[in-house]
Design a protein around this ligand. Structure first.
Ligand code: NAG
Length: 495
């Protein structure tokens, strides 16, 4: 008996560092070091004009003409006021200067401004300055009734459908006033990332708001909770500005690096591993607010590779010797076709080399592209590298195809389509597979607790086959089913 125990114990001891760690059962510490307003809307309480943020898309209907302001041709020429309905050319993206002053970016990315000599309103400048700056003055009784004051002190007026000028000096609010517009905010309260939060509060208030958030949102107690509930790793989204902590470029604020250091300390104490995930890169790899974009344009490309590799190099150097470091993910959710495959692979190779410069052991995670992309497109490249992982994200959401599925159809989809999709990226002798994001929420309305339990169980069954493991999105969230902590505490999920 003792002999068998000895064999067993020896095997266990020898295999345990590998066998116990992987596949990982992990959770994303989402909305901690890269914020997402929908996960904690109260972060925006107390921000003045918090419906007019960077990237808010607004449309202006002239009350006199009952026509929308439009940047003719999408930009490059004058503004007109002749459209009966609003679409791309009639939509302006805000760059917030402070709570009432803004720049307006048009469809083709130019900024609205005054013409060099004169009062005509145009959209020709690729940069912002005084003449691209406008104050939005809201009516006290109807906050979506506005007048737009230009840098010359006068108001924009739609004097006719083809003549939009900034030369009005009156101050009325009547429908007949050519300077009054009805403003529609297209994406109200839905575009709230780190840029919107930090720039919305501005340099005086943002540092304290963020510091309070970092200190309270994730604490050592959470690592104790996670480890006691069978989780053995965390995936931590970080933003590119962490590499220039404590003085990142505005509007970002310093301090997230210290929080990440703390996470490593707590992870080690509770025997957990850390996956550092570069979630937000300069110029944005997907245009989503969680990439910390200012206005939703996806602009990351070839010219950003070097600065992005520098962030990876910084993270790898800092954490390479930490026993808790499991992996560094080079870029979260690059979006096809904006991020093209050749550029991405070039970056992934350089990012991989940067990690390897500091660590032989850390896994390097390559996120598959979202959008129209082949899920196997990274496999042959990755096969030439050591200790690499392909990350796929599976949500039964964000596509109309899920809207009419009942609970059983969702569960079948996991056991059939998801299982098969995961198989295609789970290779022998190639990279490992990782379901780096999934959640217990779905598009089903009014599902029962049992439905949710079955759905979670199906996902655990299938994603448990991923060779590197899985990570739930997220640990904490204002929306209950997105919070693994809530799901565990309320018996919706059993790990
Ligand atoms: C807001 O920005 C405008 C334009 O730069 C400036 O004139 C104004 O003083 C600023 N207001 C506040 C409250 O900072």
């Amino acid at each position: 008996m003792a002999y068998y125990f000895f064999i067993f114990a020896t095997l266990f001891f020898v295999l345990s560092p590998l066998a116990l760690a992987q596949p990982f059962k992990a959770v994303n510490l989402g909305n901690w070091l890269v914020t997402e307003g929908w996960m904690k809307p109260s972060l925006y309480d107390g921000m003045p004009n918090n419906d007019l943020l960077d990237g808010s898309q607004v449309q202006f209907l002239s009350t006199k003409l009952q026509k929308y302001l439009s940047s003719e041709n999408g930009g490059g020429t004058v503004l007109v006021a002749n459209r009966p309905s609003a679409s791309g050319w009639e939509t302006f993206r805000l760059w917030r200067i402070n709570e009432t002053y803004f720049n307006f970016r048009v469809f083709n990315k130019q900024f609205v401004g005054l013409e060099d000599q004169g009062d005509k309103v145009t959209a020709v400048s690729d940069t912002v300055g005084n003449s691209q700056t406008f104050q939005i003055i809201r009516n006290n009784d109807d906050r979506n009734r506005v007048r737009l004051q230009a840098s010359n002190g006068q108001f924009i007026q739609a004097s006719s459908e083809t003549l939009v000028t900034a030369d009005y000096v009156g101050s009325g609010w009547e429908d007949s006033d050519p300077s009054v517009f009805k403003m529609t905010i297209v994406n109200i309260y839905s575009f709230r990332g780190e840029y919107q939060l930090t720039n919305g509060y501005g340099p005086d208030r943002a540092p304290q708001v963020l510091q309070d958030h970092w200190n309270s949102y994730i604490t050592e107690e959470d690592f104790r909770f996670m480890s006691e509930n069978s989780l053995n790793a965390v995936r931590i989204p970080v933003g590119w500005w962490i590499a220039s902590d404590p003085t990142p470029p505005k509007p970002f604020v310093g301090g997230s690096l210290k929080a990440l250091d703390n996470a490593f300390t707590w992870a080690q104490k509770y025997g957990m591993k850390v996956i550092v995930d570069l979630h937000a890169v300069q110029a944005s790899q997907n245009g989503n607010d969680h990439s910390a974009t200012r206005d939703g344009y996806q602009e990351w490309g070839e010219s950003n590779i070097q600065e992005t590799v520098a962030v990876i190099d910084f993270l790898a150097e800092r954490y390479a010797d930490k026993p808790s470091l499991a992996a560094i993910e080079l870029m979260n959710e690059p979006m096809a076709p904006g991020v093209n495959l050749d550029t991405l692979i070039k970056y992934y190779q350089a990012g991989y080399d940067a990690v390897r410069k500091h660590s032989e052991n850390a896994y390097v995670i390559l996120s598959n592209r979202l959008g129209p992309a082949d899920s196997k497109e990274l496999l042959s490249f990755a096969s030439g590298l050591k200790r690499v992982v392909i990350d796929v994200h599976y949500y039964n959401l964000f596509s109309d195809s899920f809207n009419n599925m009942n609970p059983q159809q969702n569960i079948d989809f996991i056991y059939n389509q998801r299982a098969s999709a995961l198989t295609t990226v789970t290779t022998t002798n190639g990279p490992l597979s990782f379901v780096g994001e999934w959640t217990g929420e779905w598009a089903v309305q009014g599902a029962s607790m049992q439905d949710y339990q079955n759905f979670a169980k199906a996902q655990l069954d299938v994603y448990g086959r991923a060779t590197f493991g899985w990570a739930y999105w997220a640990y904490k969230c204002a929306a209950d089913h997105w919070s693994l902590k809530w799901m565990i505490e309320n018996n919706y999920i059993k790990l």
